[in-house]
Design a protein around this ligand. Sequence first.
Ligand SMILES: [Zn+2]
Length: 195
Amino acid sequence: MTFYYGTHIRLKEVSFLLDRANSIAGNTENLTVYLDGDDYSQNNSIRADFHFPAFFWRKGDSIESVPYAIAALMNNPSVTHIIWLSKRLLDEEDIHIFWVYSHELRHFMQDQGAADIVKIKLFLNELHIQENYLGNGTQLEKPHELDAELFAKSTVKVAYGYKALSDYISLKCKQSNANSYFQRLEHLEKLLSIN
Ligand SMILES: [Zn+2]
């Protein structure tokens, strides 16, 4: 894994965190991680992906309306997969960075064929039929995203322990009114484990 970064001052702490997640994930040889020191959330000439906390990019995806330094990376033939982490994310608590990074890391694993989502796909299909699902839920109703969130939750649990995980979820529920989101995640996780 290669790191590129802007002017972020917590590089040491953050790279330690990411290494920890990588060691749970397995082979990250083809992965480039970009820690951004700039904030684009107010910049309309930069595309919407860069207003999110993080995203995963692979060769062939669009390079339009991308910040200059990242476009250069994307155009580099030896760079095939990038996880971009925003300045806003990197200013947050470690456990949150760890969750979000693990989620994006799972998309990398899915791309590498290191994560099998066939079971999750079948499970969601069947469940949505039972529930008369109308297609208006959160990302948890999409197989790749549910798989990434379950992976993030389990890596946080491995790295930080159950108590820190449940404190983190309680805090998130308070901060962003995400009660129903985490309840749904837990519900799907339970159903999947007995399937
Ligand atoms: Zn995702």
